[in-house]
Design a protein around this ligand. Sequence first.
Ligand SMILES: C=CC1=C(C)c2cc3[nH]c(cc4nc(cc5[nH]c(cc1n2)c(C)c5CCC(=O)O)C(CCC(=O)O)=C4C)c(C)c3C=C
Ligand SMILES: [Fe+2]
Length: 415
Amino acid sequence: MGESNISRRTMLGLVGGAGVAVGVAGTSLALGPSGVAQAADVSAPISFYGTHQAGITTPAQDRLHFASFDLITKSRDDLIALLRAWSAAAAQMTAGHPAGATGAVDGHPAAPPDDTGEALDLPPGGLTLTIGFGPSMFDGRFGLADRKPAALAELPHFVGDALRPEISDGDLCVQACAYDPQVAVHAIRNLARIGFGKVSVRWSQLGFGRTSATTRDQVTPRNMMGFKDGTNNIKAEDTQLLDEHVWVPQGDGPAWMTGGSYMVTRRIRMTIETWDRTSLAEQEGVIGRTKKAGAPMHATGEFDELDFEAKGPDGKPATPMDAHVRLAHHTQAKGARILRRGYNFADGSDGLGRLDAGLFFIAYQRDPRTGFVPIQQNLGGDALNEYIRHVGSGLFACPPGVAGPGGFWGEGLFA
Ligand SMILES: C=CC1=C(C)c2cc3[nH]c(cc4nc(cc5[nH]c(cc1n2)c(C)c5CCC(=O)O)C(CCC(=O)O)=C4C)c(C)c3C=C
Ligand SMILES: [Fe+2]
């Protein structure tokens, strides 16, 4: 291990995001809803190895760099070599080490370094790297056509879709999440560098604030509309719900996906300028929760149960019939449940004097046909649609985790 490796692992980290964050040697304290301090040890690496890939039920970090890649090679052996090299680099980087045998500064001075170096001296930052395979990877170029899961069926067109092909789809994707944006960007950049000649970046997305909680001890963050987002998410502690709705069980499609999950991404532009001129009462009615507490309209606490039968003082449904949470709720959407893990984005101006901002929605599920699709179909009547537009879309099969060193992402697909 080089000197740079040691320094990166021992540096102190700061965490941003929701709650009051106080940096303490390697930890960050966030004040939860009860005022109880919660420690997120941002110096601690999250293991790359395991039954499931990290980055799904592991605590959602504050920053995202997501990249979708097109395969420019037509060789199956190249693809396998790429997945091997990416997995080895991912194991190194998530542990807080530079990529490659000689890292950023310990190689031969006449050769380009194995690692680009911008994460030297930074802690692992809770980095997780999660890979997904898009439907187009199974089109026959790599002899994988008969291994395509039925669950990777093309998403249908949804009401209001304004999808742009150049920021949609892809043969492969990598979701990099970390507490430090530089750590996440460094990871994607190095995977792209390792893939030179085999892949090209099709599109990428930075996210600056998580819009979900994936464990019960995480404070629920707020999205760009100012509402708490992630209250009623499936969380890591909900093991029965995870088995039923998120992880692919044995016998559900091809064996290589057992223990994996399917990822749907949607770049959702918000017309925040219109939203910002909307009254508080209207905003709360659109979402179906209060803005301050994130509580149901008929209750006071964030985690109070939603009761769609409850009436307001005027005798009308307390949660409007077209409210987002009503239409997205599993009782209204054929029992569908998903694990949401999205991020806020603000990518400059749209050229018309407005911010190009919104939600980069990410959801994991056992099967999109019984997860995202029925919910999104139900959201065709969502009051929120007046303020949002889906402009990018992705669908990816995320294989199970890599068991240990020597294994690689998607190994079972090639067995
Ligand atoms: C198809 C799935 C969903 C899309 C797309 C989506 C977009 C979207 N959501 C918000 C804001 C909130 N969503 C909330 C809850 C919620 N949303 C979905 C699904 C999609 N959202 C689900 C399944 C749920 C949970 C419903 C329930 O069971 O109660 C909330 C409330 C807080 C919470 O529970 O997380 C907010 C706020 C925006 C702004 C948006 C598009 C830009
Ligand atoms: Fe939502």
